[in-house]
Design a protein around this ligand. Structure first.
Ligand SMILES: [Zn+2]
Length: 271
């Protein structure tokens, strides 16, 4: 992929995640972590490309990227960092529409973001149970404040967002529908369905010579999602219907998953 398309993918992932996070922060540590990592990588790649990678060639962690911004940015109030949009002498500008000067910089709320990283990492590595809600509105606001940066400004690119947000919402609705069905069936019925070898029945090759994969279903956990088509990013996340619980993963939903997978691989292997 070109650098520009990687930047585009990072910005999209951030935009879609922001929307999901604004719906609920409950159990969203991994999503928050990913959105923050992508946002910081996009900003550092844009402003300080030489500082994006660790010495072993991998993209720095969120904590490492935050340190880069701390080193280069202008100290603001309450431990925040300002990243100027134009120059350090133009941090505030007055436009004909505003009476008061408006910020002409991206505010990086280092303290809140660092705290959020600690909390999401604690959950990821299961280092003891966090007490009470893990992430707060303050953390979300700090993540959202990064949006004014040029590398992420696509968040307000409504046309494109609408498509992705619609897909994201439909995916969530379909997931909820399947989960409700999963809850309806009793343990005996689930034991019976889990015992079926769906791969034996459905896997292999279609009469047209297309590969047919039977994948684990995100709604019921049974390896019963029969896919003939795959996502556009990593060609791995199946589009299809689960034969155990009826959950249907659409192309859009598979593409969103594939996008996350691509970014994850990117962060593991970027030269
Ligand atoms: Zn299922």
């Amino acid at each position: 992929m070109t650098d520009q398309s990687i930047q585009d993918v990072r910005a999209r992932q951030y935009a879609v995640s922001m929307w999901r996070l604004s719906e609920s922060l409950e159990g969203a540590e991994a999503l928050f972590d990913q959105a923050l990592s992508n946002a910081l990588a996009a900003i550092v790649a844009h402003d300080y490309p030489d500082d994006l990678y660790r010495s072993d060639g991998k993209v720095k962690s969120a904590a490492g990227l935050l340190r880069v911004l701390e080193e280069h940015g202008i100290p603001g109030t309450d431990g925040t960092i300002m990243l100027p949009h134009e120059g350090p002498d133009q941090l505030w500008v007055t436009t004909p529409l505003d009476d008061e000067p408006v910020p002409n910089f991206t505010e990086v709320r280092v303290g809140a973001l660092r705290e959020a990283i600690d909390k999401t990492q604690a959950v990821r590595h299961a280092r003891g149970k966090p007490s009470g809600p893990t992430l707060t509105e303050e953390h979300l606001a700090a993540l959202a404040a990064l949006d004014s940066h040029e590398a992420l400004y696509v968040f307000s690119d409504e046309e494109r967002d609408r498509d992705e947000l619609r897909a994201s919402r439909e995916g969530a609705e379909e997931y909820a529908r399947a989960r409700a069905y999963v809850e309806l069936l009793d343990a005996d019925e689930w034991a019976r369905r889990r015992a079926i070898d769906y791969n034996e029945i459905y896997g292999g090759w279609s009469p047209d010579g297309d590969r047919v994969e039977v994948q684990p279903c995100p709604a019921c956990g049974v390896t019963a999602l029969v896919a003939h088509v795959f996502d556009m990013y990593v060609d791995d996340v199946g589009v299809g219907t689960c034969m155990a619980c009826s959950y249907r993963r659409t192309q859009d939903a598979a593409d969103l998953e594939g996008l996350s997978e691509l970014l994850w691989r990117q962060s593991e292997s970027d030269p």
